[in-house]
Design a protein. Sequence first.
Length: 252
Amino acid sequence: MLKSILAQLWWIFPLLIASAVVKTPWFKGIFGEWLVRLSAKLLLNAKEYRPIHNVTLQTPDGTTQIDHIFVSRFGVFVVETKNYSGWIFGDEHQSMWTQKLFKNTNKFQNPLRQNYKHVKALEALLNIPPEKFHSVIVFVGGSEFKTKMPSNVTYAGGYVSYIKSKTEIIMSPSEVEVLAAAISSGRIPPSRATNRVHVQNVQRRLDSDVPRPCPKCGSQMVLRTTKNGNNSGSKFWGCSAFPKCRTIQNFT
């Protein structure tokens, strides 16, 4: 009897698993990226706007990862995707923005500042002036802006409208080809290993921002750079009370 019932209801178990997966941050992130790519594929002419996705570049402090780049005669559009639900509060000059979801309040880095680093990394790679770049932020998920946002902070497919609003031709077709090729050749080849290293670099940078007390005197440890000797250029933690306290720790 029980086996008969289970045989008829076998489909419930895969459905429950699928339902659980859909609610995970991993799936929401993947789905959000897919929506952004789909909007571009349907609404942006790929010959006019050369798409390059998931670009990881080497930087002086590790790596930086860019969600989407569109190279066109109207400039290089650098797109950062944020997958958030709830109310979003923020200002272009604030270092941190706020997400309110039901009774929960969370802080996250101003995505405009985050994308600024992406733009600077591309600027260094391509050796072109900043005027040829356009920073674009696109929120996906069930979020709603509760403060006035700059025009380049968009929701869902609205980022396409912002890209299309730039109609001044500032580069020739040959320049577009050269820049697209330079990005493709200058990026770190996409792979699971590349993503893993990037995540480790991000975590290391986050760890360096966490205040840590000196184990000897209690003052705050600060990140410093060795200037001389065989270890020149390497990072280490030094006590902010130096020279009264000379405690140092390895930077890992």
